[in-house]
Design a protein around this ligand. Structure first.
Ligand code: ATP
Length: 309
């Protein structure tokens, strides 16, 4: 593919259908076994080439005010990493159109980094293979490789070693987005405080989760979901328990904290029930906003260029 002057990449949010957390390693990281699913809630990253070496970012959309626009932005880090590793002699202006909640346990920053890798690969004509992009993604964060591939996948290590998992059909999810975020490191710290270390087993994905995904049946999946971080997130934000219970009372098949929270995740039996649940949650006053999305969907993808006249 030839380089282009402007590229837009659409990249999904992730949820964790199972999240098993082992004891912390000496480097402080917790080994994970997780099943990710990419859901149809997207950030769009538009990259425009510059003829100097600058990398800039602008953030627009629902959650723009919560996102840093300096070098700590993960999209900027992704562009700079590619630039440095491949001696790129061009820069990029990035615009992130944000619809994924920030610090909501849905990998918003990671997916922007994945989108930027795909966009700059095309923009700068680097012709890196998916495997090479995945290798670079690993240096940017544990969730970034999954955001590149999307669909449903098993994540091991810190979550960065991804392998595809077979899943049948489409599942209908509803998200209750809480006010404020939860820091992922703070949630892991609370988990360590709650669990006496000697009793923590190596992380494992539940076999019933994998067979539920193959069955394509939401009711089977509902009883196979799990999240080791849920009790720690609830300990830091106890009010989220009422949101989870409200969703169950309204007919959700399952209710769970998404990743490290504070977003609450509900599985609905079908798309009509997902709409009903979203309306009830929106009217409940229990959360800042509600979103609905199906999964699985693909990872970061280049959008077709607008037709110019
Ligand atoms: P994860 O599920 O991967 O743990 P998260 O969804 O909880 O992540 P993010 O939305 O990625 O959290 O944001 C975490 C922090 O990262 C934010 O508080 C923000 O300051 C910082 N950040 C850096 N770059 C971005 C970005 N492009 N989008 C969102 N947050 C970013």
């Amino acid at each position: 593919m030839p380089p282009q002057a402007q590229v837009t990449v659409r990249s999904p949010a992730k949820i964790n259908l199972g999240l098993s957390v082992g004891p912390p390693r000496p480097d402080g990281y917790h080994p994970l076994a997780t099943v990710y699913q990419a859901v149809a809630l997207y950030d769009d990253v538009t990259a425009t080439v510059r003829d100097d070496l600058e990398v800039t970012v602008e953030v627009v959309g629902d959650f723009a005010v919560d996102v840093p626009t300096d070098d700590s932005n993960l999209a900027v880090r992704a562009a700079r990493l590619l630039q440095a590793e491949f001696d790129v002699e061009e820069g990029v202006d990035l615009t992130i159109r944000k619809t994924i909640p920030v610090a909501g346990g849905m990998a918003g920053g990671s997916t922007d980094a994945a989108a930027t890798l795909v966009a700059c690969n095309r923009l700068w004509g680097l012709q890196l293979s998916p495997a090479e992009l995945e290798r670079i993604a690993t240096d940017l964060g544990s969730d970034v490789p999954f955001c590149l591939v999307g669909h449903t996948a098993l994540g091991r290590g810190r979550g960065e070693q991804v392998t595809e998992v077979m899943s049948r059909g489409t599942f209908h999810w509803v998200f209750a987005i809480a006010d404020g975020g939860l820091s992922t490191p703070a949630v892991f710290k609370e988990l360590d405080r709650q669990r006496p270390l000697r009793r923590v087993e190596a992380p494992e994905v539940r076999p019933e989760l994998l067979s539920a995904l193959l069955s394509g049946q939401p009711a089977t999946l509902a009883v196979a979901l799990s999240n080791d971080l849920q009790s720690a997130a609830l300990s830091l934000r106890p009010e989220l328990a009422s949101t989870l219970q409200f969703g169950l009372d309204q007919g959700a098949l399952a209710a769970m904290i998404s990743g490290s929270g504070p977003t609450c995740l509900f599985l609905a039996a079908d798309s009509r029930r997902a709409v009903d649940l979203a309306v009830e949650l929106a009217e409940s006053g229990l959360c800042r906003m509600v979103r609905q999305a199906e999964g699985p969907v693909p990872g970061a993808r280049i959008l077709p260029a607008p037709i110019s006249r």
